[in-house]
Write a protein that binds this ligand. Structure first.
Ligand SMILES: Nc1ncnc2c1ncn2[C@@H]1O[C@H](COP(=O)(O)OP(=O)(O)OP(=O)(O)O)[C@@H](O)[C@H]1O
Ligand SMILES: [Mg+2]
Length: 239
C-alpha cells in the first residue's frame, strides 16, 4: 500500500481571532488524488493556504514525506516539493505567458522525475505556446487556468494542490482540465483537488474528505461517496 506523502493531524488555523479550521486530520497517499469537498466558506482554501504556509497552523502538525513543515516559509515549502494552483487562477495579468512561467522556473528545483520545463508545459498546452508573448490578462479563462497549472508544474512538485480548477469554466474546458489532471496523476503526481464540482472530484479522486464549517465531516473512499448520494446532500448540497 502506498505511503502517505502528506499528513495533517489536529491542524487548527485562524484569521486573527476567528478560527477557520478545527483540528483537521487528513492524508494523501503517494501517487493518488485526495478530493477535498465542502460548501462555500467550509475552509477548503484555508486548508491549502495552511499547507503552503500562507496561513500559520496554530495547532497540529503537517508532515510532508515524513518531515514536519511547521515554521517553514512558503518559499521553503515550494522548494520541498509542494505547488499550488490558486483559486480564481491568479496569474500575473500584466506579464506575458512566457514571463509568468519564467518567474516560477526561477524557484524550481529538480525533485520530481517528471522534470517540467517551459517547453514541456508548452507541449502540454499548445495554445499557451501560440500565445506565449501575449499578456496573461488577455487570455480566456480556460487559458489562464492552463497557465496557472503550468506555472505550478515548472516548480517540479511532488504534490500539487489545486483549488477549484473547474470553477467558472465552460463544460468543454472543464473536460480538458479533467484530462490534464488525470494525466498528471498517471504521471505519478500526488494531488489535493479542491472542488465544488463533486462529480468531477469523485471521478478523479481515490479518497475524499468533506469539510463542514472548518471541520472534517466525512473522510473515506470516493467509491463509497458515489454509492451514498445522501452524503453529498448532507455536506455539499446548496439549500
Ligand atoms: N483572509 C481572510 N480573512 C478573514 N477570514 C477569512 C479569510 N479567508 C477566509 N476567511 C474565512 O474563513 C472561512 C473559510 O473560508 P475559505 O475561503 O477557506 O472557504 P472555502 O471552503 O475555500 O470556500 P469557497 O468554496 O467559497 O472557496 C470563511 O468563514 C471565510 O469567511
Ligand atoms: Mg475556496
Amino acid at each position: 500500500m502506498a505511503s502517505n506523502i502528506l499528513e495533517l493531524t489536529g491542524v487548527s488555523s485562524y484569521y486573527g481571532d476567528s478560527q477557520a479550521l478545527y483540528e483537521i486530520a487528513l492524508s494523501v497517499r503517494e501517487g493518488t488524488i485526495l478530493g477535498l469537498l465542502g460548501r462555500n466558506g467550509a475552509g477548503k482554501t484555508t486548508c491549502l493556504s495552511t499547507i503552503m504556509g500562507f496561513v500559520k497552523a496554530r495547532a497540529g502538525t503537517i508532515r510532508f514525506r515524513g518531515d514536519s513543515l511547521t515554521g517553514l516559509s512558503p518559499e521553503s515549502i515550494v522548494r520541498a516539493g509542494i505547488a499550488i494552483v490558486p483559486q480564481g487562477r491568479r496569474v500575473f495579468k500584466s506579464l506575458t505567458v512566457r514571463e509568468n512561467l519564467a518567474v516560477a522556473v526561477h524557484s524550481a528545483r529538480k525533485l520530481s522525475k517528471a522534470s517540467w520545463s517551459m517547453e514541456k508545459v508548452f507541449d502540454l498546452f499548445p495554445r499557451l505556446r501560440e500565445r506565449r508573448d501575449q499578456y496573461a490578462g488577455s487570455l480566456s479563462g480556460g487559458e489562464q487556468q492552463m497557465l496557472a497549472i503550468g506555472r505550478a508544474l515548472v516548480s517540479n512538485p511532488l504534490l500539487l494542490l489545486m483549488d477549484e480548477p473547474s470553477e467558472g469554466l465552460a463544460p468543454q474546458i472543464v473536460q480538458e482540465v479533467e484530462l490534464i489532471i488525470k494525466m498528471l496523476k498517471d504521471d505519478g503526481l500526488s494531488i489535493v483537488l479542491v472542488e465544488q464540482n463533486a462529480d468531477l472530484a469523485l471521478r478523479l479522486a481515490e479518497d475524499v474528505v468533506m469539510f463542514s464549517t472548518g471541520s472534517v465531516a466525512f473522510s473515506g473512499k470516493a467509491e463509497d461517496v458515489s454509492r451514498r448520494p445522501e452524503l453529498i446532500d448532507k455536506h455539499l448540497a446548496v439549500f
